[in-house]
Design a protein around this ligand. Structure first.
Ligand SMILES: NC(=O)c1ccc[n+]([C@@H]2O[C@H](COP(=O)([O-])OP(=O)(O)OC[C@H]3O[C@@H](n4cnc5c(N)ncnc54)[C@H](O)[C@@H]3O)[C@@H](O)[C@H]2O)c1
Length: 432
């Protein structure tokens, strides 16, 4: 029986797919995502690519998943595609798309589930953002009783709506669908995607620590429940395969909260380099916490339901951080990724992004990103990176946002990166 995952080239869902395929050499899967696999995803899935089909398309398009209706060999579905906007600018500029993907896209996925004759189980991926600030006096936050009745921003509004629709589909159509609420996830494959244009705090901390850099934190007494993406994938696969599930909703979390101060210290000691300090100006801080919100969505989540299903438990935080740091070290062994790594570790640098690519047919192109993030390409005669390398650079330099998109010349940036990586400006001229 195949597993179908929407959002499969993104961060969390690519971990789910890899875990599913690694666990059983006979397993097969389908990824549906508006983003085709980028260079990171190609590398991530290289060892399982012959058992994984990619469908590139928009789940807001009802026809996309309808084409799969009745597919008898799909036994499991994870509805994970989503827009995760930051409140404010991103939310305001993408309002209709956020609602379209998180509500109608998720509903199209439920319709697909209804049509599958051999569906065994479906997971609707939700978030701890549906919880409010309220929490029990003692112990971690349970699934029942603490959801915000009237969430105020589009992300929790749409994610809670998706959960409620999934529950109703279960009641109306006997659909075996359950919701999972994830705490703050970090780990391999965390990068900017069409759905999410920010990096989580641990991503920033570990990249900085590996580069021996310093980071600043405001509100360092602020807390969070941090869970490694590999542990999330393990939990979801366990839920999919469990013989019976007795609850509609399951938290997936570490089950304990930690302050940003303690997390920063743990990253420095685990990685063995890096440093941090607290500053009061949140506008200038690399990482922002909120010491006034220490409970509810921000505190520790109760994972006893999940543990009871499959005996699952998250790895210790220190081990998980060490694993993620090792993964980043492995990625940066590749020369282009080394540049990406250096770029990621930098504070944002304003520049116009530009690189050259060589297509399969030998034609060279110059790709440029203007200040509005619009990408243009035009033919070029000088040699450049191959397409996948250039895409990898573009993904991180532009999408990860460590480097802005307007202002200074690329030559100053070349020399900056060259100083860090030992590359000459001339060596870098083909790519930046
Ligand atoms: N990362 C976290 O800390 C976290 C926490 C709680 C919940 N979640 C949930 O986990 C799921 C995955 O989130 P993520 O953090 O991996 O984000 P992500 O952006 O890396 O992954 C989401 C994927 O959905 C895809 N997508 C967006 N719009 C689409 C569309 N119209 N059609 C098809 N695909 C589309 C994106 O291309 C992306 O690959 C989401 O449902 C999110 O709400 C994540």
């Amino acid at each position: 029986m195949r597993l179908l995952v929407t959002g499969g080239t993104g961060f969390v869902m690519s971990n789910v797919l890899r875990h599913w395929l690694d666990a059983d050499p006979e397993a097969r899967a389908i990824s549906v995502d508006v983003a085709p696999p980028d260079a990171s995803a190609e590398r991530h899935f290289a060892s399982v690519q012959d058992r994984l089909e990619f469908i590139t398309g928009d789940i807001r398009d009802s026809g996309l998943l309808a084409d799969l209706h009745g597919a008898g060999d799909i036994g499991y579905v994870v509805s994970g595609a989503a827009m995760t906007p930051t409140a404010g600018t991103t939310e305001a500029t993408q309002a209709a798309m956020i609602v379209g993907v998180n509500v109608m896209g998720a509903t199209h996925c439920l319709e697909l589930g209804r049509s599958l004759p051999n569906l065994k189980r479906m997971l609707h991926v939700s978030t701890g953002s549906v919880y409010g600030d309220g929490a029990p006096d003692e112990g971690p936050l349970p699934e029942d009783g603490y959801v915000q009745p009237f969430p105020s921003t589009l992300y929790p509004i749409t994610k809670l709506t998706g959960e409620l629709i999934a529950k109703r589909y279960g009641e109306m159509f006997g659909l075996p669908v359950h919701a999972v609420r994830l705490a703050s996830v970090y780990g391999p494959m965390d990068r900017w995607t069409p759905g999410r244009n920010f990096a989580c705090a641990l991503n920033v901390m570990i990249h900085r620590a590996l580069a021996g850099e310093h980071w600043t934190v405001s509100g360092a007494a602020g807390v969070g429940d941090w869970i490694h993406g590999g542990d999330v994938a393990d939990a979801m696969c366990g839920l999919l395969k469990a013989s019976a599930l007795h609850h509609q909703t399951y938290n997936i979390a570490h089950g304990s909260a930690i302050t940003l101060a303690d997390l920063s210290d743990l990253v420095c000691s685990t990685v063995g380099s890096g440093s941090w300090s607290e500053i009061s100006d949140s506008e200038k801080a690399d990482i922002r916490g909120n010491p006034e919100r220490l409970k509810g969505a921000w505190g520790a989540y109760d994972i006893s339901r999940l543990k009871a299903v499959s005996g699952w438990k998250p790895r210790p935080l220190e081990d998980a951080i060490a694993h993620y740091a090792d993964w980043i070290r492995g990625v940066v062994a590749h020369p282009v990724d080394q540049l990406v790594f250096v770029a990621t570790a930098f504070k944002p640098i304003k520049m116009r992004f530009r690189h050259d690519v060589q297509r399969g047919n030998g034609q060279k192109w110059r790709c440029q990103q203007d200040k509005d993030c619009k990408r243009t390409e035009h033919p070029l005669s000088s040699p450049g990176l191959n397409c996948s390398e250039a895409n990898r650079l573009r993904d991180v330099f532009v999408a990860r946002g460590r480097i802005g998109v307007h202002g200074a010349s690329s030559s100053s940036h070349r020399s900056l990166i060259g100083t860090r990586t030992g590359h000459s400006s001339a060596q870098l001229s083909g790519c930046i």
